[in-house]
Design a protein around this ligand. Structure first.
Ligand SMILES: NC(=O)c1ccc[n+]([C@@H]2O[C@H](COP(=O)([O-])OP(=O)(O)OC[C@H]3O[C@@H](n4cnc5c(N)ncnc54)[C@H](O)[C@@H]3O)[C@@H](O)[C@H]2O)c1
Length: 314
């Protein structure tokens, strides 16, 4: 069990607190906004109740006792071996927060950012000890989606990267270590590709926003929840991936040349999509919608846990 600090108690910071506490670690949660911390405590309580009801956390697990609110950044960082920063996605705020944490934490404490797109090389310049800084980018919410992308900058200490990988595994996460920095890392590059094309298809009137979402939830997403695009291709042709490329490679490559990379997300298009989403879940009920999403993710985690990997079935 280690002492960890979560800085920022919004959507991602509070979900990291659950993930780390579920791994048995003691978490201090800090946010500069007192209301955000109080709101986070309520939502964490609900999420833990749901985890217990789903059987993903034991009824007698004292998970909530392992999460404490820190009254200041200094109190959060005191004695922590790892600090997970999850403040707003704003480069100047990340720079300031990294400098503050760096000045408070001894040099062997890892400072990891949940940054969705900024690279650590962009925000560690003002720190005294940049070698202990890196990105640990989760998907939301990290206590239910295990993948986390670890991406150092060229000066990140490989030993600390390895230590972070072990910490993530001990918290039930599934880390990927990127071999070099790239904007938006892996997951958000993939997500950007899908979202940009979705905006283009709806914006140009090929389908409704609802049908586009269904293309994923009733189509692509079903396979992608347990295998990636490469394994999907491998199993979509009788002779495996090489056969798939022989059969469909030209079609996919020529289509990819037509994809619209710089499509304008006009206010009217944003309204069209937002109206369609709000017809299902009104904007003032997003928090209830998040709870619904998380319960479905819990059911999916249980399902995935119960299924075997490939066995040579006949
Ligand atoms: N929302 C997602 O789907 C998602 C997924 C993965 C990663 N991320 C990344 O995680 C980070 C946080 O995103 P979020 O969605 O949780 O944002 P959010 O707006 O829900 O929460 C951010 C929190 O940071 C607090 N904060 C701002 N400045 C602070 C400071 N100086 N010190 C302490 N607290 C401060 C705010 O009060 C707020 O509570 C961002 O870098 C984001 O890109 C978000």
């Amino acid at each position: 069990m280690a002492n960890l600090a979560c800085v920022g108690a919004g959507n991602v910071g509070r979900a990291w607190a659950i993930a780390f506490a579920r791994g048995g670690h003691a978490v201090r949660l800090y946010d500069r906004d007192d209301d955000a911390v109080q709101q986070a405590l309520v939502l964490i309580g609900q999420n833990v109740d749901d985890l217990k009801s789903a059987g993903l956390v034991g009824e007698d697990d004292l998970l909530l006792d392992r999460i404490a609110i820190a009254p200041s950044l200094a109190a959060a960082v005191d004695g922590a071996v790892h600090v997970q920063e999850s403040v707003k996605e704003d480069l100047s705020i990340k720079c300031t927060v990294f400098e503050e944490i760096d000045s408070l934490a001894p040099p062997d404490v890892v400072i990891a950012s949940s940054s969705s797109a900024f690279l650590s090389s962009q925000f560690v310049g003002g720190t005294q000890h940049p070698s202990r800084c890196l990105v640990a980018h989760p998907f939301n919410p990290p206590y239910l989606i295990p993948l986390v992308e670890l991406c150092g900058h060229p000066g990140t200490d490989p030993d600390l990267l390895e230590r972070t990988q072990a910490l993530m595994v001990s918290s039930g996460m599934s880390p990927i270590v990127l071999k070099k920095e790239i904007k938006a890392f892996l997951l958000n590059r993939l997500q950007s590709a899908v979202l940009s094309e979705a905006m283009f298809l709806v914006g140009e009137g090929y389908c409704s926003a609802e049908d586009l979402d269904r293309a994923m939830s009733d189509g692509l997403g079903l396979r992608w929840s347990f295998m990636g695009p490469f394994m999907t291709g491998h199993l979509n042709a009788s002779g495996g991936f090489r056969d798939y490329v022989r059969l469909l490679g030209d079609a996919f490559q020529s289509t990819s040349k037509e994809l619209c990379r710089d499509y304008d997300w006009s206010p009217a298009l944003v309204d069209t999509v937002a109206n369609a989403m709000e017809a299902k879940i009104p904007a003032d009920r997003v928090s209830q919608g998040q709870r619904w999403r998380d319960r479905r993710l819990m059911a999916q985690r249980l399902h995935k846990r119960s299924q075997p990997g490939f066995t040579d079935e006949r």
